[in-house]
Design a protein around this ligand. Structure first.
Ligand SMILES: [Zn+2]
Length: 163
């Protein structure tokens, strides 16, 4: 467990991962969403790249090429950890407001799951490809999660500039 916490035990690191799962992997968008200082964000992104959970991917920004952050397969595998944090908080911590809730949805059957690694309604294992997160402060509808880019080089499933 200590080895895992070296990577997954840092609050800023987990919030950075949350943003990338939400498809929000561009530095400026993450910075504005998290309200983090550049140095805080830079350090966590570097640590998550070093640990192999995130990868840098170029994208065209007007005439410039910039880097955005995408999940790797190893990063995708952290989904149940983040789901568990969301579900535990929903179960045990009071929400500051009605808008503060966040739900984990299995898009395969449309149910809201209360289990981190499989759908409580139908039993299917949850992956980034069949899971949406619904943060009421972010969007009126659940957001399908981002996935690691296809190794064949096709366009990754991402949500663009979700903010
Ligand atoms: Zn289901």
């Amino acid at each position: 467990m200590a080895r895992g916490l070296d990577i997954l035990g840092d609050p800023w690191g987990m919030l950075v991962l949350r943003e990338v799962f939400f498809g929000n992997g561009r530095f400026d968008a993450m910075k504005s969403r998290l309200g983090a200082a550049d140095s805080v964000l830079t350090k966590r992104l570097a640590a998550l790249v070093d640990a192999g959970l995130l990868a840098r991917q170029p994208y065209a920004d007007g005439g410039r090429t910039r880097q955005e952050y995408v999940l790797t397969a190893k990063g995708e595998d952290a989904l149940p950890v983040l789901n568990a944090v969301v579900l535990w908080a929903e179960k045990h911590l009071p929400a500051p407001s009605e808008q503060s809730h966040m739900f984990v949805m299995h898009t395969g059957c449309g149910a809201r799951t209360t289990s981190a690694d499989s759908c409580t309604a139908c039993g299917e294992r949850l992956t980034v490809r069949n899971t949406s997160w619904h943060s009421l402060t972010r969007t009126p509808d659940p957001v399908p999660l981002a996935a690691a880019p296809d190794p064949a080089g096709t366009t990754p499933h991402a949500n663009g500039a979700a903010s």
